[in-house]
Write a protein that binds this ligand. Structure first.
Ligand code: C2E
Ligand code: MG
Ligand code: MG
Ligand code: MG
Length: 281
């Protein structure tokens, strides 16, 4: 097979070996055999109330340190996992690890945090997905009522009755659903009404513009009203500055995450910082 393998000039992008796999997919497949040793990890990013900056939840974000390339962004390797049949294994690893981590975090800090999990469209369309998630919750002892599945509108195919069905099944078991990346090119108002959802997450790219003009701030105000009208809890993503936090707070956005409040980090680090700041009574 080595004869047919293109030398890794582009370091893993778009080049196929004789088995039809890209080098990155091959390496990810190898990493998934023993995820810890393979450099895979799940980091948690705090989600806070804007009113008093109390940590109320965490988002699980997968991380991969490639043996030669170092940190690879999930924006790069998650699509590779989807294309090359590895998303099931990757998703199982993330859900399982995130549930154990969130449970340890809540036990250590005496908080009832919620946990949000990113799910790709392919995972959601897998008929076994709801049962797999429910089995993982049972195995890890993580409560369904504090679990939020994050999906993007674009990923939940309008035509896929199965994907929508999976969300209904999970909600019937007490899980919640978040629509991720709202305010990017893929959003459509009509889809907001047809997706069974509880949270609406404003994309980083939109949040980064809210302090640039009064028109942008008004646009944010209408997103707050939209979420309110559809009974969705609005969560602002990618909040980096005090000024962004102030505008969001003034316009009535209830929840936020971003570097201003905390980076995605290993559970042990978050445990240490939350232990220092006791939960409000
Ligand atoms: P996302 O779900 O919209 O996650 C938010 C992204 O914003 C994360 O990027 C996070 O690290 C980043 N972020 C958080 N706060 C800030 C901030 O203040 N400023 C800026 N500039 N960025 C911030 P990340 O971790 O690189 O993940 C990228 C995307 O990859 C995620 O977007 C999600 O769509 C996907 N992803 C991540 N983990 C998973 C996973 O376990 N499973 C699946 N299927 N997708 C995942
Ligand atoms: Mg997300
Ligand atoms: Mg997002
Ligand atoms: Mg996303």
């Amino acid at each position: 097979a080595a004869l047919y393998r293109v030398k890794s000039r582009g370091r893993g992008r778009g080049e196929l070996d004789a088995g039809g796999q890209s080098p990155l997919a091959r390496d990810l497949g190898a990493a998934l055999v023993d995820p810890g040793a393979g450099g895979l990890a799940v980091h948690l990013q705090p989600i806070v109330t804007l009113a008093d900056r109390e940590v109320v939840g965490v988002e699980a974000l997968v991380r991969w340190t490639h043996p030669e390339r170092g940190q690879v962004s999930p924006a790069e390797f998650v699509p590779v996992a989807e294309r090359e049949g590895l998303i099931g294994a990757l998703g199982s690893f993330v859900v399982e690890t995130a549930c154990w981590s969130a449970r340890a975090l809540c036990e250590a800090t005496g908080r009832d945090l919620f946990l949000t999990l990113n799910v790709s469209g392919l995972e959601l369309d897998d008929p076994d997905f709801p049962d797999t998630v429910l089995a993982t919750l049972a195995r890890t002892g993580w409560p369904a009522g504090r679990t939020v599945i994050e999906v993007t509108e674009s990923l939940v195919e309008a035509e896929s009755a199965r994907s929508i069905g999976a969300l209904h099944v999970l909600r019937a078991h007490g899980l919640q659903v978040a629509i991720d990346d709202f305010g990017t090119g893929y959003s459509a108002l009509a889809r907001l009404d047809t997706l069974p959802a509880d949270h609406l997450k404003l994309d980083n790219s939109f949040v980064s513009t809210i302090t640039t003009s009064t028109r942008r701030a008004r646009l944010l105000g209408s997103a707050v009203a939209l979420a309110h009208a559809l009974e969705l809890t609005l969560v602002a993503e990618g909040v980096e500055t005090e000024e962004q936090a102030r505008v969001l707070t003034e316009l009535g956005c209830p929840l936020a995450q971003g570097w201003l409040f905390g980076r995605p980090q290993p559970v042990e680090a978050l445990m240490a910082s939350l232990a220092k700041a006791p939960a409000a009574a």
